[in-house]
Structure formats: C-alpha cells, structure tokens
Design a protein around this ligand. Sequence first.
Ligand SMILES: *Cc1c(COP(=O)(O)O)cnc(C)c1O
Length: 376
Amino acid sequence: MIRLSKSVLSEKEKHAVWEVLDRGYLGMGSEVALFEKELAAYLGVHKQSVICVNTGTAALHLSVMSLGLKEGDEVLVPSITYVASYQAISATGAKPVSCDIDPSSILIDLKYAATKVTPRTKAIMPVHYASNVSSRENVYKFAEQHNLRVIEDAAHSFGCTDDHGLIGAHGDIICFSFDGIKNITSGEGGAVITHDPEVQAFIRDARLLGVQNDSEKRAKGERSWTFDVSHQGFRYHMSDVMAAIGRAQLSDIGQFIETKSKLLTAYQDRLKDVSSLVLLDLPRQGIVPHIFVIRVLNGLRDALRTFLDSKDVQTGIHYQPNHLLSFYKIKGEECPCAELVSSELLSLPMHAELTVCDVESITNFIEEFISAAGYV
Ligand SMILES: *Cc1c(COP(=O)(O)O)cnc(C)c1O
C-alpha cells in the first residue's frame, strides 16, 4: 500500500522522547523553550517571536483572539481550506467570510475578496494551499489597502521560501501546524510567529489559561502559585514530549526539503502532458510540498480514485468548500470556482518516505486509467 501521507520518524525522535520521559516532567518546560529557540534560529527571528501551542488550530484560534475581534467582526478566508481555519475564526465569535479561489492555484481570489470587505472586516486569513506561498505579497498589499490584519494559515508551508526568505521570517501573524503529517511534526503541535509584542504577550498567557507570565516561569522549571488573569485563555500549551519530537524533526528539515522537492519535480515532469489532468500553478522555487494536488477533468476524479485504490494507492481530497457546510452556509452566498474545482481536486501520495520509484508507479497507473477511459 502506498500511503497518502505519513509521519516520518527516526531513532532521533525515540531517543529524544525517552530523555524527556526519564526526566519525569512531561508538561511544558525547558524542552518547549528550546524548541521555540531553535525554531526562531531556523527562521531567523527573535526568540520572543515564536510561541508554541498544542495544535495548528490553537495557533490560529489564539491569533484571531489576540486581535480582540468581537461578535460580528469578519475575517476573510478562502472557501477551500481545512475546516480548522474556519473553526479558529468562528470560535472567537467572529464570522468567517468565505472567499472564492483562483482555480489555477486554489489560493484566495483577492478580486472576489475585495467585494466582501465591509466596515466589520478586521482581518484576512490566506492559506498557503499545497505549500504555495506566491500570493503573500498581494495579500499584504490588499490588507494594507483595506486596513486589515493578516493571519497566515501556514500549516502547509513550514520550510518554504519566497522572495523575502523563509515563511515565518516576515509578516504579521504566521501560524504553523506540526501535526503528524505536516512538513515537520511534534506529534501534534503548532506555533505562532509574530513580531507584534502585544500579540506575543496575549498568546503567551492565553495558551496557559491566561495565567500572567506563567510561560516564562515554566521555561525555568518553575510555575505560578499566585497570579492574576486578565483575559480568556485555554490549555493550549505544548508539552515537553511534543517539543522533543519537534526538535528532532527540525534537525532533519534539510533532508525533508530535499526529498519532497525531488518528489514534486518527479510528479510534475511525469504528469504535465497527461490529458484530462491539470497541474496546479506553483512557483518553481521554494516549495516544500505538504500535499501534491492535481485537478482531474472530464468528471473522472472519483473513478480515478477508485482505480488507484484498487492498485493500493491511497489518495485524498483537499478540501471540500467550507461555505457549503451546514454550520457556515449563508443563503445566497456562492463561490463558483471553489464549487466547480472541488469536484476535480485529487491529492496523490506525498511524504518523505515516498520514493521517485513510487511516483513512477503511481503516475503509470494514472496514465493507464486515463487512456482506458478514452482520453489520450
Ligand atoms: C493541518 C492544518 C491546520 C490545523 O492544524 P492542526 O495542527 O491539525 O490543528 C490548519 N489549516 C490547514 C490548511 C491545515 O492543513
């Protein structure tokens, strides 16, 4: 069976976890502080700019909360994303305002987004779909024009670069996910990267039930017994066990980038001329693919999925349009491109243990299917 996605772990992670277990303190402590420091060094930012939490969703939730949005405030978000982006917004009482996507990249369509701006619009949450970070510059220009904050859902783009360097090094608020199958994992986990001291202070406390300055104490093996709380918080902190896995993974990021970049090129070279398929428009450089997505035309997507399944090749669908989900549906609201394209999207296996040989087999199966279907 060729898996769609997979956590890729080595002896390093096992030893790192053992060490934490041996210490007898599993909560948030020095290991998390070290992971934050190493993430900051990798990204080239100040260590205060990195705040680790227990999921990417928590990173997004606390980021939206940190902006002080009130019931009825609005956040622009592309309809095609993991439902986590939407839940993080609605959890604060703010409204996720669904935006259509550009069908060639599946990134937020800023022309469409402009038609959705109201006096209640406070932020935009671009999603680096399939690790494509090429719209960042335009998103920031758009945000400046409309006086919005930017919360980047960078769950797919750890290790990616654009003209300004690594994702996370620059920008307003950037949220990573380290869940089991992301570019690096900490088991579950996430991080917020921001240079805004108010957002940093808010999130640092909010991840520990709002207990003031508890983060600083825990990094030194202490904790607060008497304290004040000035705002809503959650149990969203990262544990030392998770951080140990994350640190080991971060030390292998170079390897992950190299392997996944090769796989991406292999897929693209092999599939670019296959009929009935459209590859996504991706920048040539700087991508560390979390998922590899193609569009399957002529109504063949589901049949191709079934065929690949019969060949023991797992596939996925990233994602259904969120504006059609019962909880988020608004009468009369349409995102035509998202609705059309979502029935064509197909994710092929992508993880750091996949080989170019696997890609060869997968793409051979795809070609076999397309010709048998009569499209050559
Ligand atoms: C994985 C993911 C998230 C959420 O991250 P978790 O760590 O799983 O909570 C958010 N947005 C996107 C686009 C993702 O792929």
